[in-house]
Design a protein around this ligand. Structure first.
Ligand SMILES: [Zn+2]
Ligand SMILES: [Zn+2]
Ligand SMILES: [Zn+2]
Ligand SMILES: [Zn+2]
Length: 154
């Protein structure tokens, strides 16, 4: 039987002040509020967590696994996927040049991304439906009609 006094092994580097009085090392999990007796406790948002309790606030996936990256924002714990979905950006709309937040639906054409509402022929403003053909010409989206017009002019 091991004693559970060896919680944080010697790698606390600086100013947390709890140098060696054992009374202060009792850690309570921020999620389940139970004491953490395991040797491994995880730190996030200035709190400590059981390995099993550290979960993404959105999808509940475990964040304590080796190799998973933990993101925190506004007191949320998030996995990389959800963080990017909520707070990341997809890029800049090739039509209106404004930023597209990652949670928005986008249209893509080659390397360009577009707001859904911006994805229209930049010549005649025709909105494309599923199955419509569109063309990229000098980085502008064109409907089939305008594209062929342009070819005739060229
Ligand atoms: Zn817990
Ligand atoms: Zn998640
Ligand atoms: Zn746009
Ligand atoms: Zn058009």
């Amino acid at each position: 039987m091991k004693t559970s006094s060896a919680n944080n092994h010697n790698n606390h580097s600086s100013s947390s002040g709890s140098s060696s009085n054992n009374n202060n090392t009792i850690a309570r999990c921020a999620a389940c509020r139970k004491l953490i007796k395991e040797r491994f406790l995880l730190k996030a948002l200035d709190q400590v967590w059981h390995e099993d309790c550290l979960k993404c606030s959105c999808c509940d996936c475990r964040l304590g696994e080796v190799g998973s990256t933990l993101f925190t924002k506004a007191n949320l714990l998030l996995c990389r996927r959800d963080y990017l979905r909520l707070f990341g950006t997809t890029g800049y709309c090739s039509a209106c040049s404004k930023m597209i937040p990652a949670f928005e639906m986008v249209m893509r054409a080659k390397h360009n991304v577009y707001h859904l509402e911006c994805f229209a022929c930049q010549q005649c403003n025709h909105r494309f439906c599923v199955g419509d053909r569109y063309f990229l010409c000098n980085n502008r989206i064109l409907c089939e009609y305008d594209y062929e017009e342009r070819l005739l002019l060229a």
